[in-house]
Design a protein around this ligand. Structure first.
Ligand code: TAP
Length: 391
């Protein structure tokens, strides 16, 4: 409770990752201690169901624990977020998985020898590390969702170990919902789950970044931006991670109320992976009491940009990067994005030419209809609201 109440909204993904890991660890130690108590201390026999449940709890729990710790370290930038890929990595992972299965069979055949189950623990922990290190960049949220599902499956199998129906049902719910969320996120990023898990995204990213920036941008000041707002009759606001960092949602609510008073049709376009966690933008806008009817999902609003006077991008970057459909060499090529460039004018509020999560340039910023409004989003929008009130 203390961690959950103290954590900043922007740190939520890494904390979720860590909590998933604790779930996996709990399943592992409960299953291992049950195994130990029954087979090593009380010299009891395990029936096949309990034996399989113990083995799966240890395998899935172990992978979840170390995999989640690596995800936590990457997201909190305690270690590099880039993908670590080396030759023969997938073969090593496959061999480890096969040897884990072999130790499960050996342990099922001979409970009295604890070394098989201890080797299974070691392999599971190692496998968790090795399966998450190749995953980097924008694929991390998918991994966290998958690890969340694993922690549920591990809890479910531990339910069989303990003969506890509540644990079986709750674990199955977490496992199933985690898998569904993982699929939704893969779809939003236009990547298959296998493609995400085999990793390498960060490598392509690093190459793309090394190319450097030669985008020429047009800047706009707050006063001029206020005039553009004043003359628009339809506006779409695209919030992104920068809105969360700046905590600009309350200032945006004020801006939206001002526009409403001027009979300007203002809506919000919500990209499924804007921010750093599923529903991140919805939560922040709801916190600022922005009506849910104004929030429109990407698929429903993408065709409307061409009939829109002004798009106001607030701290979003990757989710509005046209390279996703114009540049086949881009690491985000194929990811569905918001077609903001189709609007008459685009104003982007961000602090600098800093890159987004995927670490790549955004060609949108150099488009002829795009104007950069540099500065912290909250401060800029507060000033914008002040200027608009004067008009
Ligand atoms: P990003 O592409 O990460 O871009 C955020 C932008 O916000 C940055 O370019 C930064 O530019 C700007 N910014 C930071 N602080 C700011 C401030 N105080 N005021 C104004 N701007 C600020 O964000 P996005 O467009 O929301 O895309 C999300 C990315 O995260 C995607 O790549 C997605 O795959 C990934 N991701 C998503 C999730 C989920 S599930 N939502 C989870 C993890 C990762 P400056 O530095 O120049 O200000």
């Amino acid at each position: 409770m203390i961690i959950a109440t103290k954590v900043e909204m922007t740190q939520m993904p890494e904390v979720v990752a860590l909590f998933n890991g604790f779930g996996g660890l709990a399943s592992l130690v409960v299953a291992l201690s049950d195994f130990w108590l029954k087979t090593q201390e009380n010299y009891m026999d395990l029936d096949a169901v309990s034996g399989i449940a113990v083995s799966l709890s240890i395998l899935i729990g172990g992978v979840t624990f170390t995999g989640s710790v690596i995800a936590y370290l990457k997201l909190s930038t305690r270690i590099s977020g880039n993908s670590i890929v080396f030759k023969g990595q997938h073969l090593i992972n496959l061999l480890l998985l096969l040897s884990a299965l072999a130790f499960i069979v050996l342990s099922l055949l001979d409970y009295t020898t604890p070394v098989y189950i201890l080797l299974l623990v070691a392999i599971a922990l190692l496998l968790g590390v090795l399966t998450v290190i190749p995953i980097g960049g924008a694929d991390m949220p998918v991994v966290i969702s998958l690890l969340n599902s694993y922690s549920g499956i591990a809890a479910c199998t531990t339910g069989f170990v303990l003969n506890n129906s509540v644990l079986i049902v709750a674990g199955a719910l977490v496992g199933a919902s985690g898998i569904i969320l993982t699929q939704i996120m893969c779809k939003a990023m236009n990547r298959s789950l296998a493609n995400v898990l085999l990793g390498g995204f960060g490598q392509t990213t690093a190459t793309a970044v090394a190319g450097g920036s030669d985008i020429t941008v047009k800047e706009v000041g707050v006063e001029e931006a206020a005039q553009i707002f004043d003359s628009a009759s339809s506006i779409i606001v695209v919030p992104g991670y920068g809105m969360a960092v700046a905590q600009a949602q309350h200032a945006i609510r004020e801006l939206s109320e001002l526009c409403e008073k001027r009979n300007i049709n203002l809506r919000f376009a919500i990209h499924p992976v804007a921010g750093r966690m599923p529903g991140h933008m919805n939560v922040l806008l709801a916190e600022a009491n922005i009506s849910y009817d104004k929030l429109v999902e990407m698929e429903s609003i993408n065709d409307d940009f061409s009939n829109t006077d002004l798009v106001f991008v607030v701290g979003a970057n990757d989710v509005v990067n046209p390279a996703a459909h114009t540049n086949p060499a881009s690491p985000i090529y194929g990811m569905p994005v918001l077609n903001v460039e189709k609007a008459q004018t685009v104003i982007v509020s961000k602090r600098s030419m800093g890159k987004g999560y995927a670490g790549i340039e955004n060609e949108l910023f150099g488009y002829p209809n795009c104007l950069m409004l540099f500065g912290d989003a909250k401060q800029t929008i507060t000033r914008l609201v002040g200027e608009l009130k004067e008009l």
